[in-house]
Write a new protein. Structure first.
Lengths: 544, 342, 297
């Protein structure tokens, strides 16, 4: 009968479909020969492929240790300065002249868009430094003309000259001694570019490509970048150091922390950036995942825009600081896994002050101070919350929401503002905020790396001084601390600076956090780098 | 012929209105007009003046509009504000990805949905029909977002059978040529093509299933209703009384008369289908136009939004008008189509 | 003269009551209707139903599981979220936002759509058919696209998203009204009214509109389900309701962040949206069946 035949037909169809799908699903995962390949889930697009141009750790992660090398490098385990592209160096007795002996036989990348005709030499060093130092350099204004890290330290004014002595020797002379100079040359930002490539691009009329299609000496060559999707790298076979890292490296750009976590579990990513605090326990429980951690050289803080009224009044800033309960923030956002911050530098730094003073939680006093400063009872301000996760603040949005309810208790209304990360940083630099939840991750082991870029007057135009606070007395203290090599003397200066910061409160230190790296259990030799960018050159995967 | 001219006319008018609208958009978007049009934020005054001249901002509105049409036809669609990438290039890469999802979901919905709808409409009020109707209502009531999340929780996280994001594992270095992943794998030079195909299929399953289930449920509903309506019509009853078998009646009269009214309804579903595909693309990080547009709005990339909107609406409208024209042409008896029936 | 009914046994219910009787015969449709009423009650009486203030943060009770899990408490029946806020209360308020805004969207669309459609129906000739075709074309632009453009121009926010969805839904009503009006205008009873001297507006309101109500109601249920799904999808994409507003799609997106430790945070809001749409669709189907049966007799 017709009924039986049509039901039979549909039944057959259903069976076939089920059969096919089970076969597909039940099939073993397609076997990828991925011993020599690795995927890293990063959290955002890099601003460019040259860390000189911004201070975002996303940019540093993508380029600093992949594409480039520096004159000097940090040992990630002990923080000591080691030879990089400079095989040795001398500092003159008066601390003003640094002479670097460069390595020979270091090859630049050979890619589809550039073939080097020579190896690395002193010309490349001079070019790389003069590009940001010399405002009249042809490449200075290419891609923006802003070098936030160097600008914040006013390094261009401290360096008197950079000279090529011969093909493999460079001499840098300063105006005044700077005990953090060597450390600054080892940061992620002091990369060495290819002068030959730069000249070729300029001749062809495409100078902007220097930072978009990068060429360096580092262990990985740039292959491809699809915005919001992925970055492809390929191992540089002629790298001057022996590497055991993967042949193929892919950065999979995944904005949402939960999705990164999911991809780590399914194995679509071998390592992820900034695992969220609530996932840490999950990672530790699962045996196919490993959690690496190290005490971080970082600080998460709440900075006020001291250039805007009423935040230019220290009383108002102190009042707002008194209104929030740091303990609950540490519990809810860091889930108890961070240290309470009292000043800028954490205990891992030699300039740490355990006796530093901090403001507690006192909403009554907070309201009193606000009244004294003539702040009305339904005053509205905004808190800008970072859209990305960082070790120093894994969830700025959540923190902002908590703070909003604390501030409501003292009669202050809060609007929470956020943007796409690159737009966010740009708008911060323009000073559009009332206050911001952000932080800083050390670029080197020197405490100056905290004190100078974060709060000195010179650091305002470059954008690293989020509080837009300018205090000549503070600047003087920081300057003095650089003139000597004596740790004890320098520490004394920094402690005095702490006292000044406590009185003025341009920012409220919140936490020093652990730095975490979440990886698949079969990945080895991955180290947490407390000084910045992630590195893959010695990461291997164990065979199953 | 007259019909054709009418529809051609409509197509031209619609295209013109869309072009006009997309021309006006940069004036409506917040921010600097020049950046909204060109995608480049001028660093200096000289650069600003130079850019204004290129985009003819110093001339009248009509010149600007003419220039806009000209650059569209030239293929100069502008650059994105976030990374200065060429918009035409990005769209050409993203479009096939969306097309893949739309095509596969539509295929499943047509191949499964319409026959099942027919069967259930013919033999209604029995247990099979009842289960089909239940599946149908539950299916199209399901928020596609939730369905995708449930699939991910079960198939990716719990059992780890299927991957969560992308079209293919990134470690397969497949250069994008046509944008259709299966063709690109075939044309690439990689060694393990079989693995790559399997991997691509694995990536396709969940996104397609999420969209296909909802769309199939909708198709079942329309088809079932339509066939039930037709079967109750007088000429069918007349044929029955004359002694034709069920099957003869169905294939001679029922099929055609049931299919024609639902074509416009199905066309209306295309817009729902595209909305669903765009949402699914975001959840599964499928690199199609939907994800591209949504990223563009997060990053306030106005040139991208403008061009994306133009392209998608042009395509949808062209498709809609063409299908409507074909429907009308095939059924001259219906002078006034009623697209929304009960 | 007093009208009295000689024939007490005959009972001719009005069309609306007919539909209701027919509707009542399907148990499923009735169940759906009950569910719909529940959501309506939640929407109207949310502050009375929710046990806690949905904005109240409690850092001592973060991510508590629902009451039936070992760690859960009965106080927080469905658990708490990552800031210690009670989920049940947030769901209640979320349902209110989602359902309420969808109802508003449909109400406005019906009002504007029917009005414009009536106007278009009264106009005749080329203009009207052009309008008709244009509407068909506009109807086919995906809602998400309209929402994206609107959000790009006006910024994110529930109001702007609602405007976009209203814009996307209006053409359907215009189209249906116009077709109906055009057809009815040619019928005899309208001719009679015209001969009596009634103006167009009067004809519309008193003669045509009552006949159209059923069709509009059915179309409105379809529109309502579309509105609910769209508003929650846009909320999920962070293009509609923003923090601190509570909306089901937004809750879904927020719950994703802690999905591993707290899967109920994505199951529950999704379930609410599903039940909402299901009830609307079931009721809609029931109404349609009832309408069909009535039209057939």
């Amino acid at each position: 009968m017709a009924l039986r035949r049509s039901t039979f037909k549909s039944g057959l169809c259903v069976m076939m479909i089920t059969a096919i799908s089970t076969t597909l699903l039940g099939c073993a995962k397609p076997s990828l020969n991925n011993i020599n390949a690795m995927t890293y889930c990063s959290e955002s697009n890099p601003g460019s492929f040259n860390p000189q141009l911004d201070t975002s750790s996303t940019t540093a992660d993508a380029s600093a240790h992949q594409i480039y090398d520096r004159l000097l490098e940090f040992n990630p385990s002990n923080g000591l300065i080691e030879p990089g592209l400079a095989s040795s160096w001398l500092v003159s007795a008066d601390g003003l002249t640094y002479t670097f002996q460069l390595r020979s036989g270091v090859e630049f990348h050979n890619t589809s868009y550039f073939s080097p005709s020579r190896t690395f030499n002193a010309d490349d060093v001079v070019f790389s430094i003069d590009r940001w130092r010399d405002k009249s350099h042809p490449y200075h204004h290419v891609n923006g003309g802003s070098y936030p890290y160097f600008d914040s330290l006013r390094l261009d004014e401290r360096i008197k000259s950079v000279e090529r002595i011969n093909g493999y020797r460079v001499e840098i002379t300063l105006y005044i001694p700077d005990s953090s100079f060597l450390a600054n040359l080892a940061t992620d930002f002091s990369v060495i570019l290819s002068e030959e490539y730069a000249i070729e691009l300029m001749t062809n009329g495409r100078p902007a490509d220097l930072d978009r299609f990068p060429i360096g000496t580092g262990p990985y060559k740039f292959r491809e970048f699809r915005q919001n999707q992925h970055i492809r790298f390929e191992r540089h076979e002629d790298y001057f150091l022996p590497t055991t890292g993967p042949q193929q490296l892919v950065f999979d750009i995944t904005n949402k922390g939960s999705l990164r976590m999911a991809k780590l579990i399914t194995g679509e990513c071998d390592a992820v950036a900034f695992p969220s605090q609530s996932d840490l326990a999950v990672i530790q429980e699962r045996e196919e995942l490993t959690l690496l951690q190290k005490p971080g050289l970082n600080i998460g803080f709440w900075a006020f825009n001291a250039s805007k009224a009423p935040f230019d009044n220290p009383k108002v800033r102190r009042a707002l600081a008194l209104a929030i309960d740091k303990t609950s923030l540490l519990d809810a956002v860091y889930l108890g896994q961070a240290t309470r911050a009292k000043s800028l530098v954490p205990s891992a730094s030699w300039a740490y002050q355990s006796t530093a003073k901090e403001l507690g939680y006192n909403p009554v006093r907070a309201r009193e101070l606000l009244d004294e400063a003539d702040v009305p009872n339904d005053f509205t301000m905004n808190i800008w919350a970072m859209p990305v996760q960082r070790a120093y603040n894994p969830n700025a949005m959540k923190m902002a929401q908590l703070m909003k309810s604390y501030l409501a208790d003292v009669g202050v209304n809060v609007n929470i503002v956020s943007y796409d990360w690159n737009i966010f940083r740009e708008n911060l630099r323009l000073g559009m905020h009332d206050s911001v939840l952000i932080g800083w991750n050390a670029d080197n082991g020197d405490p100056d790396n905290f004190y100078r870029p974060l709060l000195t007057c010179e650091a305002i135009p470059s954008g690293t001084n989020r509080a837009m606070w300018c205090n000549p007395e503070y600047d003087e203290l920081i300057e003095q601390a650089l003139l000597t090599d004596d740790f004890a003397l320098r520490t004394a200066f920094y402690h005095q600076a702490n006292k000044l910061l406590f009185e003025q409160m341009p920012l409220v230190p919140i936490a020093h956090a652990f730095q975490y790296q979440a990886i698949r259990a079969d990945i080895e030799n991955m180290e947490v780098n407390p000084f910045g960018g992630i590195r893959f050159d010695s990461v291997t995967r164990t065979k199953k | 012929m007259k019909l054709f001219i009418r529809y051609l006319n409509l197509m031209v008018v619609t295209i013109f209105i869309l072009l006009l609208f997309s021309f006006i958009l940069p004036f409506l978007f917040p921010g600097d007009l020049l950046t909204n049009i060109s995608g480049i934020s001028p660093q200096s005054n000289e650069q600003r003046i130079a850019l204004e001249q290129v985009y003819k901002l110093d001339q009248s509105i009509f010149h600007q509009f003419a220039f806009y049409i000209e650059s569209l036809l030239d293929g100069n669609w502008g650059v994105s504000t976030s990374d200065q990438s060429n918009l035409l290039h990005e769209l050409l890469l993203a479009f096939p990805a969306t097309l893949e999802l739309v095509a596969y979901a539509l295929l499943i919905a047509v191949v499964i949905g319409i026959p099942v709808g027919f069967l259930s409409g013919l033999k209604n009020h029995n247990p099979l029909d009842f289960s089909v109707v239940t599946f149908s209502i539950v299916g199209y009531s399901f928020p596609v977002v939730w369905l995708a999340l449930i699939f991910i929780t079960i198939f990716c996280l719990q059992f780890q059978w299927l991957p969560i994001s992308g079209r293919i594992d990134l470690l397969f270095d497949v250069p994008t040529e046509t944008g259709f992943i299966l063709i690109d794998i075939a044309r690439s030079g990689i060694s393990n093509k079989a693995d790559a195909y399997l991997d691509a299929l694995h990536h396709l399953i969940l996104p397609t299933a999420s969209v296909a289930i909802v769309t199939t449920a909708l198709f079942i509903r329309f088809t079932r209703r339509s066939i039930m309506d037709v079967m109750e019509k007088d000429y069918i009853i007349a044929a029955k009384s004359r002694g034709f078998t069920q099957r003869q009646i169905f294939f001679k009269h029922g099929l055609k008369n049931a299919l024609l009214p639902i074509l416009p309804l199905l066309v209306l579903q295309i817009s729902t289908l595209i909305t669903n595909v765009m949402i699914i693309e975001t959840i599964f990080s499928w690199p199609g136009i939907g994800r591209w547009l949504i990223q563009a709005i997060y990053q306030q990339d106005y040139p991208a939004i403008r061009i994306g909107m133009l392209v998608v609406s042009l395509c949808v409208m062209a498709l809609t008008i063409t299908i409507e024209f074909i429907t009308r042409a095939m059924n001259p008896a219906r002078e006034r189509a009623e697209s929304a029936t009960v | 003269m007093q009208r009295f009914n000689l024939y007490q046994e005959e009972y001719h219910p009005s069309p609306l009551i007919n539909i209701w009787l027919e509707f009542r015969r399907s148990h499923i449709a009735l169940a759906g209707f009950v569910l719909l009423v529940v959501f309506l009650v939640i929407t109207l009486l949310a502050p009375l139903i929710a046990p806690f203030d949905p904005y109240l943060q409690n850092t001592n009770a973060i991510l508590l599981p629902p009451a039936w899990e070992p760690n859960g408490t009965v106080a927080h029946l469905l658990g708490t979220d990552s800031l210690g806020r009670d989920i049940f209360s947030r769901l209640v308020y979320g349902c209110r936002t989602t359902f309420g805004s969808s109802l508003l969207i449909v109400a406005i669309s019906v009002f504007i759509g029917v009005g414009l459609g009536a106007l278009a129906g009264v106009l005749s000739g080329l203009r009207s058919s052009v309008v008709n075709h244009l509407l068909d074309s506009i109807m086919s632009i995906p809602t998400l696209l309209i929402a994206i453009v609107m959000v790009a121009i006006l910024g994110t926010g529930l109001g702007n998203a609602m405007m976009a969805i209203t814009l996307a839904l209006i053409p359907q009503f215009v189209h249906q009204t116009r077709t109906f009006v055009r057809n009815e205008l040619q019928k005899d009873y309208v001719l009679l009214d015209r001969l009596d001297g009634a103006s167009s507006v009067r004809i519309f309101i008193h003669s045509i509109l009552p006949g159209m109500v059923e069709l509009i109601v059915v179309q409105a249920t379809i529109a309502l389900s579309i509105a609910i799904i769209d508003i929650s999808a846009l909320g999920f994409l962070n293009l509609a309701a923003q923090d601190p507003l509570i909306e089901l799609g937004l809750s879904l997106s927020q719950g994703l962040e802690v999905a591993y430790v707290a899967p109920w945070l994505i199951i529950l809001p999704g379930l609410c949206i599903f039940l909402m749409v299901l009830s609307v669709n079931v009721v809609g189907e029931g109404l349609r069946s009832a309408l069909r049966t009535r039209l057939h007799h």
